[in-house]
Write a protein that binds this ligand. Sequence first.
Ligand SMILES: C[S@@+](CC[C@H](N)C(=O)[O-])C[C@H]1O[C@@H](n2cnc3c(N)ncnc32)[C@H](O)[C@@H]1O
Length: 234
Amino acid sequence: METGAHARQLFAPLGPGYDRYGALLSFGQDPRWRRFLVSRVTAGRDDTVLDVATGTAAVAIELVRQKDCTVVGLDQSAEMLAEARRRIALAGLTSRISLVEEDARTLPFADGHFDALTFTYLLRYVDDPAATLKELARVVKPGGTIAGLEFGVPEGPWRGPWELWVRLGLPGAGAVIGNGWHEVGAFLGPSIRDYYRRWPLPRLVEAWRAAGIDDVQFRRLSLGGGVVTWGTKR
Ligand SMILES: C[S@@+](CC[C@H](N)C(=O)[O-])C[C@H]1O[C@@H](n2cnc3c(N)ncnc32)[C@H](O)[C@@H]1O
């Protein structure tokens, strides 16, 4: 199956319980990762940030809370966006966050349209991460921040426990939760491992630079289970 279609199918049933179960499957670390991601972004009250692969809008909401900016949340999944809409309303942020159903690989925005851009767990779902990075960078104005969050693979002594967790723990937890999570639980470990085999961090940093992003930095969080990368549009 084409990767975009696979991602659409994978996320369709997850919307309503996504944040609760997502936190469970990352040992409660992913809200902390999102807070750190947003802390890397330079934006203020007059700025508009594009949050790509916004899912249930957790990063979009965090952006408004930390930066007081306006956010456009973009995702290709109607089901995830329906849940995002509910959460944004609950948070009282409908005037600050708008949502669009679009594909991150072909953004419907002019060059330099946004003051900054965030994305989460996106590049594993596209066939050509380098081309998608270029497309993301295209819509950010020069000097704007681009920041992304992805799962990581711990190195050294934590690699063994990580392998155990993604081979047994995650699929098991997914099976208990049900409702689409078994497939995600079984899919995540191989997807993350395969992604870093093809795109080790030094190669990824090169792809960020080739996309027109300077001062690229990354930080491994929670023993390497999460990786935040950020830089400035040239
Ligand atoms: C794991 S969720 C992340 C959601 C949220 N940003 C978060 O912090 O948890 C990944 C999201 O990426 C979206 N996605 C995957 N490929 C995409 C693409 N090509 N264009 C737009 N969204 C995409 C999925 O629909 C899903 O909502």
